[in-house]
Design a binder for this molecule. Structure first.
Ligand code: GDP
Ligand code: CA
Length: 334
């Protein structure tokens, strides 16, 4: 069986770890030996201190490779900040983006490979030789795509001196401003001209099942879908696409995804997120108590959606896969 998943950072990585745990414990050899390809969002990527940082690729790589800081859900475990402290002593900005010493080594390797003319796909493959994440990890594109955010004008006194009314990199809005300054628009700059990375469209075309983990629907899944060809391939294919709602009872569980949804005028509900994936989605897992009106071609199932620990996360991934395989059977029977 071939499974292809789109993924952002923490939510995607945790779900994928549950998926692998579920698959490897399955008695059915087709599921146990399933091959998983992950298409990672790269629009959060940013150049800091001359280094290319790919937060979502790294979250998936570290989480699946056993190097993640479990508490934060991102960055390396047992991390130190010697280099960041020295950079701050030189007055080098930005200081708001945490770059640990171990994590920096990843960005040095990636940046060096890119400077030598290798693609992001190639650099990712080199980094994965160490981490062996157990999936084929592909960036959505080798071209530069960066999400930028138009900040609403705000009172600087209420926002630590930020007056808004300007355009910033997504990371500055998310990390420095904690998305507390309302966004007027969120744009994946460069996406319209980007080409899918090698293997991306094939992995979607050839998959038996496509999964959308509970990643941010705007700045993670949304940006992957904005790479030309990705949405078109998903619309044209017959294998099921099953998503897991990143919203439970009107809240994004962890993080500030509601700020992204507000910026594009979409309510923070499981039903509204399904609406964003209109036409793509065949199955949608929602939390118990979250009503999503049925519509033709969409099967909605409710399950516990909280990735609270490893067993709960594996069960959630198993439920997503079960729904997908039920849809395959239903399709065959029809
Ligand atoms: P990021 O790139 O690190 O922000 O991570 P993702 O885009 O992959 O995922 C972030 C989203 O995961 C958040 O917006 C939450 O809505 C969702 N999320 C986090 N934890 C859980 C959970 O336990 N269950 C569900 N269903 N969603 C979650
Ligand atoms: Ca991200």
């Amino acid at each position: 069986m071939r499974i292809t998943a789109l993924a952002g950072g923490v939510g995607g990585a945790r779900f994928l770890r549950g998926l692998l745990a579920h698959l490897r414990a399955d008695e059915d050899p087709a599921r146990r030996d399933a091959r998983v390809t992950v298409i990672s969002n790269t629009a959060d990527d940013i150049t800091l201190h001359g280094l290319r940082v790919s937060p979502d690729l790294d979250s998936v790589m570290y989480t699946l490779g056993g190097g993640i800081d479990e508490g934060r859900g991102w960055g390396r475990s047992e991390e130190t900040s010697g280099v960041a402290d020295e950079l701050a002593a030189y007055g080098q900005s930005p200081t708001w983006f945490t770059l640990g010493d171990k994590d920096l080594a990843t960005h040095v390797v990636r940046s060096r490979l890119l400077a030598e003319g290798r693609t992001l796909s190639e650099a990712t493959a080199v980094l994965c030789e160490r981490w062996r994440p157990g999936v084929r990890l592909l960036p959505m594109t080798d071209d530069v795509v960066e999400t930028h955010v138009d900040l609403a004008p705000v009172d600087p006194a209420a926002h630590h001196g930020e007056a808004g009314g300007r355009r910033v990199h997504f990371q500055e809005w998310w990390v420095r401003l904690h998305a507390a300054v309302p966004a007027l628009a969120i744009e994946p700059v460069g996406a319209a001209q980007a080409r899918p990375a090698p293997g991306v469209l094939e992995a979607l075309r050839e998959a038996d099942v496509v999964l959308l983990p509970p990643s941010n629907p705007v700045v993670s899944i949304g940006t992957i879908l904005s790479v030309p060809g990705v949405r078109e391939v998903l619309l044209a294919r017959s294998a099921p696409v099953v998503g897991v709602s990143p919203v439970i009872a009107g809240a994004p569980v962890r993080g500030m995804a509601d700020a992204c949804l507000s910026a594009i005028g979409v309510p923070t509900t499981a039903a509204a997120v399904a609406g964003l994936y209109e036409g793509l989605l065949d199955g949608w897992l929602v939390a118990e108590g979250d009503d999503v009106p049925a519509r033709p071609g969409l099967t909605v199932r409710s399950r516990p959606l909280l990735m609270s620990d490893a067993p709960a996360t594996a069960a959630l991934a198993g439920a997503a896969l079960d729904l997908a395989l039920d849809l395959v059977r239903k399709d065959r029977a029809a």
